[in-house]
Design a protein around this ligand. Structure first.
Ligand SMILES: [Zn+2]
Length: 90
Protein backbone atom coordinates (compact mmCIF):
# COMPACT_ATOMS: atom_id res chain seq x y z
CA UNK A 1 0.00 0.00 0.00
CA UNK A 2 2.00 2.95 -1.24
CA UNK A 3 -0.60 5.39 0.07
CA UNK A 4 0.52 4.68 3.62
CA UNK A 5 3.75 6.50 2.89
CA UNK A 6 1.81 9.74 2.54
CA UNK A 7 0.80 9.81 6.17
CA UNK A 8 2.38 12.74 7.89
CA UNK A 9 3.65 14.16 4.65
CA UNK A 10 4.32 17.88 4.74
CA UNK A 11 4.67 18.42 1.05
CA UNK A 12 2.70 21.38 -0.22
CA UNK A 13 0.30 20.89 -3.06
CA UNK A 14 0.89 23.59 -5.64
CA UNK A 15 -1.98 22.54 -7.81
CA UNK A 16 -3.98 19.39 -7.57
CA UNK A 17 -4.89 18.28 -11.03
CA UNK A 18 -8.66 17.96 -11.21
CA UNK A 19 -10.02 14.86 -12.85
CA UNK A 20 -11.62 15.69 -16.16
CA UNK A 21 -12.37 12.95 -18.62
CA UNK A 22 -13.40 14.20 -22.01
CA UNK A 23 -15.13 11.69 -24.22
CA UNK A 24 -17.48 11.29 -27.12
CA UNK A 25 -20.48 9.09 -26.51
CA UNK A 26 -20.38 6.17 -28.92
CA UNK A 27 -24.13 6.05 -29.05
CA UNK A 28 -25.34 9.65 -29.48
CA UNK A 29 -21.98 11.26 -30.37
CA UNK A 30 -22.34 13.93 -27.72
CA UNK A 31 -19.10 15.34 -26.40
CA UNK A 32 -18.97 15.30 -22.64
CA UNK A 33 -16.59 15.96 -19.78
CA UNK A 34 -16.91 13.66 -16.81
CA UNK A 35 -15.69 14.73 -13.40
CA UNK A 36 -14.57 12.69 -10.41
CA UNK A 37 -18.06 12.41 -8.95
CA UNK A 38 -19.43 11.06 -12.24
CA UNK A 39 -17.24 7.95 -12.16
CA UNK A 40 -18.89 4.74 -11.00
CA UNK A 41 -17.75 1.15 -10.83
CA UNK A 42 -19.61 -1.83 -12.22
CA UNK A 43 -19.31 -5.21 -13.86
CA UNK A 44 -19.12 -5.50 -17.62
CA UNK A 45 -18.64 -8.11 -20.27
CA UNK A 46 -20.58 -11.10 -18.95
CA UNK A 47 -22.98 -10.96 -21.87
CA UNK A 48 -20.27 -10.98 -24.51
CA UNK A 49 -19.19 -14.55 -24.04
CA UNK A 50 -16.71 -13.80 -21.26
CA UNK A 51 -16.55 -16.36 -18.49
CA UNK A 52 -16.88 -13.74 -15.80
CA UNK A 53 -17.65 -10.05 -15.81
CA UNK A 54 -14.87 -7.53 -15.57
CA UNK A 55 -14.97 -4.88 -12.87
CA UNK A 56 -14.56 -1.55 -14.61
CA UNK A 57 -14.84 2.11 -13.85
CA UNK A 58 -17.34 3.87 -16.04
CA UNK A 59 -19.25 7.04 -16.69
CA UNK A 60 -22.77 7.36 -18.06
CA UNK A 61 -23.64 9.71 -20.91
CA UNK A 62 -25.96 12.33 -19.45
CA UNK A 63 -27.65 12.76 -22.82
CA UNK A 64 -28.66 9.19 -23.69
CA UNK A 65 -27.59 7.07 -20.70
CA UNK A 66 -25.05 4.90 -22.51
CA UNK A 67 -22.21 3.68 -20.31
CA UNK A 68 -18.63 4.41 -21.29
CA UNK A 69 -16.00 2.33 -19.57
CA UNK A 70 -12.65 3.84 -18.63
CA UNK A 71 -9.26 2.22 -18.87
CA UNK A 72 -7.86 1.69 -15.39
CA UNK A 73 -4.85 3.85 -16.17
CA UNK A 74 -7.10 6.83 -16.80
CA UNK A 75 -8.70 6.75 -13.38
CA UNK A 76 -6.58 8.31 -10.62
CA UNK A 77 -6.48 6.48 -7.27
CA UNK A 78 -8.57 9.16 -5.55
CA UNK A 79 -11.31 8.90 -8.16
CA UNK A 80 -11.29 5.11 -7.87
CA UNK A 81 -11.67 5.41 -4.12
CA UNK A 82 -14.71 7.66 -4.56
CA UNK A 83 -16.30 5.21 -7.00
CA UNK A 84 -15.53 2.26 -4.71
CA UNK A 85 -17.28 4.03 -1.86
CA UNK A 86 -20.41 4.55 -3.96
CA UNK A 87 -20.42 0.89 -4.87
CA UNK A 88 -20.37 -0.14 -1.21
CA UNK A 89 -23.35 2.09 -0.43
CA UNK A 90 -25.58 0.35 -2.96
ZN1 LIG B 1 -24.95 9.56 -25.37
Amino acid sequence: MYLDKREGATMKIVQERPFNYEFTCRSCKSQLIAEAEDVLVGYFGANYGGDRPERLYYVTCSVCGTDKTLEDGKVPPKVRAMADLKEEKR
